[in-house]
Ligand binder design. Structure first.
Ligand code: ZN
Length: 283
C-alpha cells in the first residue's frame, strides 16, 4: 500500500513516527502551517517556522525515505492576533518556494471579522501565485463554518477544483460534494472521523475528490490512521486500486495542481507518473 498523507504536522512528531510511517507505506506528506498551541508574539516566530517547513523538516523526512511538502499561511486562529497579522506581508516570498504546494491552512476558527479578512486575502494570494488552497473548517458550529467558507471561496474567484475543505464529517460532506471542491477527512483516534466511518462515506459518495489524512499534530492523534483506513476499505470490499486512488493518486492529483510536487526518486517513478510534468515540478 503506498500512502501520501496530505495533512500531517511532522514538526510535532518524533523519528519513531517517521520510522513507523515509512514501514506502513507512507512515502510522501504535505505539512500545512498551523497553530503551534503556544501563541506566537511576533512575525519572526512565523518566518522561522516557515523556514523549517521548507528546509529542515523535508531534510528530516528524507532520512526515512519520505517526501515532504508544505502549505504556508497565517492560520485562522492567529489571524485574530494583531501581533501576527503582519505575517500576511511575508507570505508572497514563501509562496514562490519549490516545496510549497498550496496556501493553507486558511479558513475559520471562530468566524470573526478578522478571520474573514485573512481568509479572503489569502485566497487572493492563492490565485495570484497560481496555487491550490487548503481550507481548515472549524470544529465548533461546523455546518455554518463550511457554508460560510464555501461562500468566501466562491466569491474569491479561485477554481473550486483547486480548493480542499478539510476536517469534514457526515454532516458537512453533503454541503461540499456538489461544489466541485475537494473533500478532506481527518481520521482521529477519538474524535472527528474513524476508519469505519470513513469507509461508510466512501461507499456513499465514491472515491472521486476524496482526501484522507491523519492530521497528526501535538494533540492525541495517530499518523498510521491513513493505513488503518486503507485496510478498513479492503475489508469492506474496496479494491487495491480504490485504496491506491484515495491514499496515493488523489493527493497527487490535488497537490500536483501546484506544479511543484517532487516525487522523482527511482522509488517514486511509478509508470503512471513517469514522464509526467508533475514529477519535474513544472507544467
Ligand atoms: Zn492541521
Amino acid at each position: 500500500m503506498r500512502i501520501f498523507d496530505p495533512h500531517i504536522h511532522m514538526t510535532s512528531r518524533t523519528t519513531d513516527d517517521y520510522e513507523r510511517m515509512a514501514a506502513a507505506g507512507v512515502r510522501a506528506v504535505v505539512e500545512p502551517a498551523f497553530w503551534l498551541g503556544q501563541p506566537r508574539t511576533n512575525v519572526g516566530s512565523f518566518t522561522d517556522y516557515f523556514d523549517s517547513l521548507v528546509g529542515w523538516e523535508p531534510f528530516r523526512a528524507g532520512q526515512f525515505g519520505i517526501r515532504h511538502h508544505a502549505t504556508i499561511a497565517l492560520n485562522p486562529k492567529e489571524a485574530n492576533d494583531r501581533r501576527c497579522r503582519p505575517v500576511l506581508d511575508e507570505l508572497p516570498r514563501y509562496l514562490e518556494k519549490d516545496g510549497v504546494v498550496a496556501v493553507g491552512e486558511i479558513g475559520y476558527d471562530s468566524m470573526t471579522p478578522e478571520e474573514d479578512d485573512a481568509f479572503a486575502a489569502q485566497l487572493a494570494l492563492a490565485v495570484a501565485h497560481d496555487l491550490p488552497a487548503m481550507v481548515h473548517t472549524p470544529h465548533r458550529d461546523k455546518a455554518r463554518g463550511v457554508e460560510r467558507s464555501l461562500a468566501v471561496v466562491a466569491e474569491s474567484g479561485i477554481a473550486p477544483e483547486r480548493v480542499v475543505l478539510d476536517h469534514l464529517n457526515e454532516t458537512t460532506v453533503k454541503l461540499v460534494r456538489d461544489t466541485g471542491c475537494w473533500l478532506g477527512f481527518s481520521i482521529y483516534p477519538d474524535t472527528k472521523m474513524s476508519p469505519p466511518r470513513m469507509v461508510e462515506l466512501l461507499k456513499a459518495y465514491g472515491t472521486d475528490r476524496m482526501l484522507v489524512n491523519s492530521a497528526a499534530d501535538w494533540g492525541r492523534s495517530d499518523p498510521l490512521l491513513t493505513r488503518a483506513t486503507g485496510e478498513a476499505m479492503l475489508r469492506a470490499g474496496f479494491t487495491d486500486d480504490d485504496v491506491d486512488r484515495v491514499l496515493w493518486r488523489n493527493p497527487i492529483e490535488f497537490y500536483g495542481q501546484s506544479g511543484r510536487l517532487d516525487l522523482t526518486d527511482d522509488d517514486f517513478a511509478e509508470p503512471t507518473f513517469a514522464g509526467n510534468s508533475i514529477l519535474r515540478g513544472g507544467s
